[in-house]
Design a protein around this ligand. Structure first.
Ligand SMILES: Nc1ncnc2c1ncn2[C@@H]1O[C@H](COP(=O)(O)OP(=O)(O)OP(=O)(O)O)[C@@H](O)[C@H]1O
Length: 291
């Protein structure tokens, strides 16, 4: 089962702070979505409202067409995973898994055991005594094994080291293919996780900046690679998002699309054209001067 997620004119305020500012967003569901935004842009606030942890100041959140807030049957279908575990410091992971088994209708115990082994989740230690990496490992294990129709990872794997994070991406993709569901990943590790995203949402200061298929988003710019002089001549006067040199070869990423004539000219000059990296695009779209 997959569920859609819709946010309509959502505003979330904390006193004077406007964390989310009239955000409207429609995720059809059954895909892996990336939610990107600079620090304090409102990602956790939006995701908390979708998971019914926080009430909207105004506007609406709909999951599968229904309001999740104070809707226990629906919230059991939504799993919000952070890098900390929602349990008392004195509890141990074994107890946390016992609760998850009771609360999560799609819980897969066999898969949970496999993940506990793969991520070395310590079952007997108190939550308060777990290392940051172990807390993250416990969180992602809970998130994956819950198989919730809407699963949200909010920077939940940041505490894990690189091999463990790549193991997590591998598990996530394989389990998603076997059990399609709506997965939202909020991250700052854009280059590392970006290849998983089917659609990307970028927010800034609580407002929507972009929402598109990942490929369409990456086609908003062009990476021009080839002999340094030819690249410099071709990209002169354009908005440059990134620039790298290696010996006589240069790769310059520019913002904006090329006409068929320009593409032909680039090929004629021996230049390779490729899509822009998500991170370069994100930095450009959320840059200070655009705010
Ligand atoms: N409980 C709270 N009380 C007061 N202000 C808050 C609270 N939670 C968030 N904020 C403020 O709301 C804004 C958005 O915060 P939020 O955590 O949603 O952003 P974020 O994009 O998840 O940030 P980060 O990437 O740094 O985790 C920030 O200005 C933050 O300081």
């Amino acid at each position: 089962m997959t569920l859609s997620v819709e946010v309509k004119d959502l505003t979330i305020r904390y006193g004077e702070t406007v964390a989310v500012d009239g955000l409207t967003l429609k995720l059809a569901g059954g895909k892996i979505y990336g939610l990107l935004g600079r620090n304090g842009s409102g990602k956790t606030s939006v995701l908390s409202a979708v998971s019914a942890f926080r009430k909207a100041t105004s506007g609406a959140v709909l999951v599968g067409g229904a309001e999740p807030f104070e809707n226990a049957a629906l919230t059991r279908q939504i799993c919000f995973v952070r890098d900390r575990v929602d349990a008392q410091d004195g509890d141990c992971a074994r107890g946390v898994f016992r609760m998850a088994r009771m609360l999560r209708p799609n819980w897969d115990e066999e898969y949970a055991q496999a993940l506990i082994e793969r991520f070395h989740v310590p079952l007997k230690k108190r939550i308060g005594a777990l290392s940051r990496g172990a807390k993250s490992a416990l969180s992602v294990t809970l998130g994956l094994a819950a198989r919730a129709p809407v699963t949200i990872f909010d920077e939940s794997y940041l505490g894990m080291d690189a091999p463990s994070r790549y193991a997590f991406y591998d598990e996530l993709l394989n389990d998603y293919i076997a059990h399609p569901r709506t997965i939202i990943i909020s991250t700052h590790l854009i280059e590392e996780v970006g290849s998983l995203f089917e659609e990307v949402v970028i927010i800034d200061k609580g407002r929507l900046v972009a929402h598109d298929d990942t490929e369409a988003l990456r086609a908003r710019g062009v990476a021009v690679t080839g002999p340094a002089d030819a690249v410099a001549e071709f990209t002169a006067g354009r908005t440059v998002l990134g620039d790298q040199r290696l010996g006589g070869t240069r790769s310059t990423t520019i913002y904006g699309q090329l006409t068929a004539e320009e593409r032909g000219r680039a090929r004629g000059a021996g230049l390779d054209l490729g899509p822009v990296g998500l991170q370069d695009l994100f930095v450009h779209l959320t840059a200070e001067e655009r705010r």
